[in-house]
Design a protein around this ligand. Structure first.
Ligand code: A2P
Length: 315
């Protein structure tokens, strides 16, 4: 096991179980299998639509004595339709009720993008709230309130560009402990990582394996494969491990946390065993050369005609 100590002195387990795209009917079992395998970090979000099943699994795990609540790290995320000041705490309460928990270890603003309250996923300009209508700092103030009330032990953001993170740091009373972003050898986020290191913010990487199970409408043509990348498979062969383990071990060498998703017990275990893979400097140099700023999740779905988000990555 490896942990990162956050600014608030809490220890974030470096590898967590991702639950984005984990189907209802499967995610509960995945959580149980992960805990049995030794995971102590589960990454959730309201919008994944499976927190109630995760909650049932956690209840079972505690009842069976598989793990104690205080030994588990549970992250969840505030969805885009609850950014307005009066919506943040109710959204958190709903997540806590679904997960059957008294507190979260980490609560993140899922995207720096706001929807109107009754909109599940905005696809037209008038379904969004502009940054003027729902300033991120107002949402952040409510995250701070949740922290001060003890409902969450750490707070952070997700999908924040370097610029958005810098802006938030200017105004925040309690700076974010974590920024969760897409991160893998094709998108190494060097500048963002350096800034986060300097400011003691831990980066957590999502889609570390290339998120091959995204729905077809989220996929682009000719997406590059991470798991079949030649450099990665050659390094895997050399270490007698799987390509997924190379990709996850790379995160550990970068000092970033990582949340591979799997609902398959064998792969859940395999992913945690990445802790045992030690990449050499030569491996790391080869992987460094793979960076091409490639995003599997490019968030183009927020760039609607006449909408407030030209490009949420500020690129
Ligand atoms: P499954 O859930 O059937 O294991 P990401 O974490 O980048 O979103 O990737 C998730 C995808 O990668 C899922 O399709 C998941 O399938 C698959 N996956 C998870 N672990 C492994 C592994 N060790 N080897 C190959 N594929 C994996």
């Amino acid at each position: 096991m490896k942990f990162y100590t956050l600014k608030n002195d809490l220890n974030l387990p470096a590898i967590g179980l991702g639950t984005w795209k984990s189907e209802p009917g499967k995610v509960g079992n995945a959580v149980i299998e992960a805990i049995k395998a030794g995971y102590r970090h589960i990454d959730c979000a309201a919008v994944y639509g499976n927190e109630a099943e995760v909650g049932e699994a956690l209840k079972t795990a505690f009842a069976q004595g598989l793990v104690e609540r205080e030994d588990l790290w549970i992250t969840s995320k505030l969805w885009n339709n609850a950014h307005e000041s009066d919506k943040v705490l109710p959204a958190l309460q709903k997540t806590l009720a679904d997960l059957q928990l008294k507190y979260l270890d980490l609560y993140l603003i899922h995207w720096p993008v706001a929807f109107k309250a009754d909109v599940g996923f905005a696809s037209k300009a008038d379904e969004f709230l502009s940054p003027e209508e729902a300033p991120i700092i107002n949402t952040w103030k409510k995250m701070e309130e949740a922290y001060n009330k003890g409902l969450v032990k750490s707070i952070g953001v997700s999908n924040f560009s370097l610029k958005k993170l810098k802006d938030l740091l200017v105004d925040a009373t309690h700076p974010p402990e974590v920024n969760q972003v897409e991160l893998h050898p094709l998108l190494q986020q060097k500048e963002l990582l350096e800034f986060c290191d300097t400011n003691s913010i831990i980066l957590t990487g999502y889609s570390p394996l290339g998120s091959g199970d995204r729905s077809q409408d989220m996929k682009k043509e000719d997406e590059p494969s991470l798991l079949e990348n030649k450099v990665i498979t050659e390094i895997a062969k050399k270490h007698n491990c799987s390509p997924a383990q190379v990709l996850l071990a790379w995160h550990l060498s970068c000092g970033t946390a990582v949340i591979p998703k799997s609902t398959n017990p064998k792969r859940i275990k395999e992913n945690l065993e990445s802790y045992d893979v030690s990449l050499t400097n030569e491996d790391l140099l080869k992987i460094k050369s793979l960076d091409k700023g490639y995003r599997y999740v490019d968030a183009k779905f927020f760039e609607v005609p006449g909408g407030p988000y030209k490009n949420i990555y500020d690129e």
